[in-house]
Design a protein around this ligand. Sequence first.
Ligand code: LLP
Length: 435
Amino acid sequence: MAPTTEHPVTMYYPHDLHRRHGDLCCEQVLVARIAKAVGTPVYIYSYKTLVEHVRRLRAAFGAHAPLICFSVKANGNLAILRLVVQQGAGLDIVSGGELYKAQQAGCPASRIVFASVGKRPDEIRHALTAGIFCFNVESAPELAAINDIARRMRTTARVALRINPDVDAHTHTYITTGVAETKFGIDRVTAITLLRRHADYPGIRFIGLHVHIGSQISDSAPFVKAIRRVAEVLEQGRAVGVPLEWLNLGGGLGIIYKDERPQTPQAFAAAVLPLIRQLQVRLILEPGRFIIGNAGLLVTELLYIKQARGKRFAVVDAGMNDLIRPALYGAYHEVMPVTAPVTGWHRAGVYDVVGPVCESADVLARRRSLGVMEPGVLLAILGAGAYGSTMTSNYNGRLRPAEVLVRGRRWAVIRQRETLKDLIRHDVIPRSLIR
Ligand code: LLP
């Protein structure tokens, strides 16, 4: 891969980052100022970018505005969730933990949808008690379990069957979910059988269908194909008297990390709306990355420049425990100095940006032109808003980073940096076993 030679804040990012006299700003705030005040590594999010993405997606659908359920797994910070909910969105959750967060963030239960192939009985009870909008059910045994629990609780559970449409979304294997070999969803034949037997599930109200074919998808065609494939299930279900009203298309809208050209919300809406009208369903979307991905950056400090075998490493204070996407998926994130290097952008200096974690996979970026750098400079890692902070860990005894939200000229910490005490908070030395 050729080293990046672009001037850092490129034009094509739909984000609110820009340079003021060479210094990186998130909205109206100098990124360096935040880093100085709260330390590094730190996640920084733009309020405006987030709100704008929700607005753009909604606007694209006009009168057919979908219920947008932001995917909590992309970013579960309470302030972010509250902000998304304030914009009129609901939340897509996958565990009792995320349900708890959704409630703490003030999300109305009527806007919560619950997916996951492995919902535990206690999580199902919790969701029924809360009165969530619906469960996205991923198997026949799960349907039976929800039915039993709902009956015992003398209530009914609203359910959308998650269909595995066997469509390849042409994205990374780890984030492909709509092909038959994955663990996700119910095949169409089984789904039709379940709908025919709807009377066997008195604890269930079937309200619609759900489909999620993968993440970081840049073309509308696989979505269209997936809708076509679930249409048959919808029609067959209706034919046997199940009033299926909703179609949840999942998440998956891709964003720009480097040079991708993902479909715009308008192009996406134009592709799917004719089918939605034809099927006479109401739409739910579960975007995560599209909403928050480009609204967030991770800021890290350069510790050392290290040379080895003709290679130059920029050793920084953020590692794969802080942002695992490059190590796990080989994902590309734009990296740029927060303050303009005095020597100019393109002079002397192609680096592999690596973290301190004891793993060869702890590489945040490879072969990047970052100019001449000295220890102490700050680097910004872009596109880190989605699946950044939610996938952090304490591996290597590292403290999870602080998080900051910027709104105009103002900013605030929305998650404190962890402390050393947090590292041992839940550990127990049992006196009965160890003296
Ligand atoms: N709905 C369901 C059922 C999902 O499984 C997912 C993501 C979403 C919605 C949200 O998808 P999005 O709009 O964000 O693409 N950690 C990976 C991504 C994993 C996605 C898992 N499911 C990454 O960092 O790329």
